[in-house]
Design a protein around this ligand. Structure first.
Ligand code: ADP
Ligand code: MG
Ligand code: MG
Length: 476
């Protein structure tokens, strides 16, 4: 469970206590900050964003593999979003029983019927992985999921490298300090937004960040906003409610909010049922989708990021359909797939049920939800499956092999927790950004990474859910 080279420092309790204070101050100095849970909608009180005391070792080859596959994932998501036959078939069973996905799908169908009013597409996503431990001690990169809407921490993760660099220096580890990688997803995400804004072609038009009720993580957005302001692109922040009151389409379906024409809508909200507090929120989503504004993501790209689509992609022959002339892309993507199993009605789904009931600890049961804390593990898989296994309700879920990363020791710094050594698991995210106009891919890039680490006691949950914390890879 060693953190390799850092083990000695980890065990020095007095040093660790000092370093923890150094790390918190440095996080504040660098702007690795969050509003507090108590006052999420005011910056009067801010605190450091939860982070690890030390970076986590990540094998270089696996890290580079994750970066290398990202532009192919961008292409894949984009191609799926343009294939209505595929999306309809892949999600047919899911939308029978999952109200939220069905609701999104209804918007999608309306757009298919009306025709799209904007040919510019902006995709900002984050593909997440864990490193599955092999018996021979090596590890293999396995995708957990891809987030095609509201993928967060591109801002704060641009600032965490300097925090860990400083901590390592104070710990006397100058050599390791130099090896912390630069990272700037915020710049790359903003570059995508700026490109889409430019193609939209109106100097006066603004970028709208469609934001949540609870704005605890506002600084993460601010980094992206600032990158836009640097280019003299105006951005505004609005909630569904605001847009419901002051938004409208003109006769050409141009979107206006508070009298400002909107070039790009960047959704940092709208990914879970609770985000749609009233019917009006759904009306706003539909209005934006029908508009000429570039949507990030548009409804089809949102649907391309569902867990059901992820499972269907793992079926034999499906990737080949999306990359008919690129066997290498197929190979790179497929190498990152974990086992994924359908729960559709029929013999194949029955087999999945039997397999999960026999060895629940080998799997994770996933509903079509985002935001952490929704998956089902261990004996609870049996409880849930026993209840739904003979009805179509089971098709709301997919089953996935559980990934087992090597646990390592670290300290998780968070405001409300005492300082103690934890056994931790990490998840590596890679940010992708692309812009397409009609048939032309005008930008397709990998724009940075995110390492998140959590105590191994928790099987689920991200940073926003209060489980994982920000981290940096230390390549070995
Ligand atoms: P969400 O969209 O809610 O983030 P995820 O698929 O990322 O859903 O799952 C949430 C968390 O559950 C992940 O961050 C990871 O910690 C854990 N998890 C998900 N899938 C697996 C898996 N196959 N093996 C091990 N842990 C998993
Ligand atoms: Mg997700
Ligand atoms: Mg996730």
């Amino acid at each position: 469970m060693a953190q390799g080279i850092l083990e000695e420092v980890l065990m020095n309790t007095a040093l660790v206590e000092d370093l923890a204070e150094v790390a918190k101050d440095e996080a504040l100095l660098q702007g690795v900050v969050m509003r507090t849970r108590e006052t999420p909608n005011s910056s009067e009180l801010v605190t450091y964003a939860p982070l690890t005391l030390f970076p986590t070792s990540v094998p270089k080859a696996v890290f580079l593999q994750a970066l290398a596959v990202q532009t192919h994932y961008n292409t894949l998501v984009d191609r799926i979003s343009q294939d209505s036959d595929f999306l309809k078939e892949a999600l047919a069973s899911t939308i029978e029983v999952d109200d939220f996905t069905a609701r999104l799908f209804r918007i999608y169908q309306q757009i298919l019927k009306e025709g799209r009013s904007q040919s510019i597409v902006l995709g900002l996503n984050r593909s997440d992985y864990m490193l599955d431990q092999r018996d021979d001690g090596t590890s293999s990169l396995k995708q957990i999921e891809i987030n095609t809407i509201a993928a967060s921490f591109g801002g704060l993760s641009s600032r965490t490298p300097d925090v860990h660099r400083h901590v390592l220096k104070v710990a006397g580890r100058f050599e390791e300090s130099q090896r912390i990688l630069d990272n700037n997803p915020a710049a790359g995400l903003a570059q995508g937004i700026a490109k889409a804004w430019e193609l939209y072609g109106s100097e006066r038009a603004v970028v709208v960040f469609l934001v949540e009720e609870n704005q605890q993580n506002i600084f993460d957005h601010r980094y992206v906003e600032k990158e836009l302001w640097k280019r003299n692109i105006r951005s505004i922040r609005r909630r569904f409610d605001d847009v419901s009151r002051t938004g409208s389409l003109d006769q050409d379906k141009r979107l206006f909010i508070d009298g400002l024409e909107v070039a790009v809508v960047y959704f940092r909200n709208g990914y879970m049922p609770q985000n749609y507090t009233t019917e009006k929120s759904w009306d706003v989503r539909l209005m934006m989708e029908r508009s000429q504004a570039v949507k990030c993501p548009d409804i089809s790209t949102h649907l391309a990021g569902t867990k059901k689509v992820q499972q269907v992609l793992a079926r034999p022959g499906v990737l080949e359909k999306f990359f008919p002339d690129q066997p290498q892309a197929v190979e790179l993507i497929r190498a990152t797939f974990a086992g994924l199993y359908t729960l559709d009605m029929g013999p194949e789904g029955d087999k999945t049920v039997a397999m999960a009931l026999a060895e629940p600890d080998r799997f994770v049961l996933k509903p079509q939800r985002e935001g952490g804390g929704n998956n089902i593990y261990g004996s609870e898989i049996c409880q849930v499956l026993e209840a739904v296994k003979d009805s179509t309700e089971r098709t709301a879920y997919i089953l996935m092999d559980k990934i087992h990363p090597a646990p390592v020791h670290n300290y998780l710094l968070r405001r409300d927790a005492p300082l103690k050594m934890s056994t931790c698991l990490s998840e590596l995210g890679v940010f992708g950004a692309y812009v397409r106009r009609g048939e032309d891919m005008v930008m397709n890039e990998c724009v940075g990474h995110l390492l998140r680490t959590k105590s191994s006691e928790h099987s689920d949950g991200g940073v926003a859910a209060g489980v994982a914390v920000l981290d940096n890879p230390l390549l070995i």
